[in-house]
Structures are given as C-alpha cells and as structure tokens.
Design a protein around this ligand. Structure first.
Ligand code: SIN
Ligand code: FE2
Length: 215
C-alpha cells in the first residue's frame, strides 16, 4: 500500500527540518487574505518602522508588533516592550485569526497548547534581509517560534545551534509556516536579501509574522 505519509510520519507537504522544527507548506494559505487585512489595520495604529540595532545600524526590514508585548531594538539593546515606543500606547491586540493560525501550526509541529504573547511583523522589500541570528530575548526557552510567510517568496536560512554551522537555503512561499521549538529553539536562522517581484496580495513585499511566547 502506498502511504500518504513519508518515512518521518509527516504528510508530504510537511518537511521536518530537525527534531523540534517543521516547515508546513501552505498551512496558512486560506487565512492569508484575512491575516494581511489585519496587518494593514495594525499598521494604521503602529506603523512599520526601521529599528536601529544596538550597534547603531538601521535594519533593512521594517517592523511592527501586536500582542501583550512587542519586540523592539534601539541603541540600548533588544527588549520586549508593552508599549510602542513611537506612540507610548500599548501595541494593537493580537487578532483572533493570528492566534488561531499560530496555535494550530504549533500543534501541527508537535507543540500543543501554544500561548504566544507577542507577534513581530516584518516587512521586506527588494534587497531587505535579516542576518543569521537566534531568537533569545524570550524567557520561555521551549515554546516554539511560529513564522508565517506572506506575499513574495524568500530564501529562509536555516543553520545550526552554532553560528558557524552549515546553513540550508529553504524557499518559503506565501502561506508557508515554519515552527521551531524545544530542542530546535535556538537554531540560527535568517532571511536572504529579497528578490524583486510582484505578488497579488502584497505587491513588492514579503510580510512575515513571527509569534513568540515571551514569558
Ligand atoms: C525572524 O527571524 O524574526 C523572521 C524570519 C522571517 O522573516 O522569515
Ligand atoms: Fe528570528
């Protein structure tokens, strides 16, 4: 009998990156238009901005947040802040459709009961990139990062637990969701410079949602 599942026990659209990490192809495709509508709504209250790194460089990726806290960077370092430093107001509430996709994707990746308190929203235009890094500003060191790709495709860089480890280049497309936690929580990852393109829902941009359990 031909199995619907591969030797790792996953449906063919799901790729196990390593223990604790999966790439769920097309997982959020159906919800994508609703997710993007919410991104537009959030950006009206908390506009995308280019944060400055502690080293004084402006990031090429534009960012905003929703949820109980938001990830921010400035000359003093990285932190989670309950208010948007640009406005002094709390970050927009995390929309129900965000939470729903994140919780279901986490469960599909083996992390039941996910309860994210932050969603960092990244906007990439042609040439924007994110260098290899670990997500390590969260107190919860086991709960997964859930990363939803929307709009233009990108090359997601998937390394190892040490910066010098070999890096895989994975094409991520509209609706793909990566989940990494537990033993894979501190894997180095990043995004290669975005290639020029046009997408019916996001024009010349890629939008990425990254959910985190901070506390
Ligand atoms: C991130 O690491 O915060 C974002 C990754 C991505 O844009 O795919
Ligand atoms: Fe990250």
């Amino acid at each position: 009998m031909v199995s619907l599942f591969d030797s790792q026990g996953l449906p063919p659209s799901e790729e196990r990156l390593e223990e604790g990490a999966v790439l769920l192809r097309g997982f959020a495709a159906a919800e994508a238009p609703a997710l993007l509508e919410e991104v537009a709504r959030i950006a009206q209250t908390a506009p995308f901005r280019h944060l400055v790194t502690p080293g004084g460089y402006g990031m090429s990726v534009a960012m905003t947040n929703c949820g109980r806290v938001g990830w921010v960077s400035d000359r003093n370092g990285y932190r989670y802040d309950p208010v948007d430093p640009d406005s002094g107001a709390p970050w927009p509430v995390m929309p129900g459709v965000f939470l729903d996709v994140a919780v279901r994707a986490a469960a599909a990746g083996g992390f039941a009961g996910y309860d994210p308190d932050a969603c960092l929203i990244n906007r990439y235009v042609e040439g924007a990139k994110l260098g290899l890094h670990q997500d390590r500003d969260e107190k919860d060191a086991w709960a997964p990062i859930v990363s939803v790709s929307l709009g233009l495709p990108a090359v997601f860089l998937w390394g190892g637990k040490r910066r010098a480890d070999p890096v895989r280049r994975l094409r991520v497309e509209h609706g793909d969701v990566a989940v990494w936690g537990g033993p894979a929580r501190f894997v180095y990852h990043g995004v290669a410079p975005l290639r020029h393109g046009q997408h019916p829902l996001t024009a010349g941009a890629r939008i990425n949602l990254t959910f985190r359990k901070v506390f």
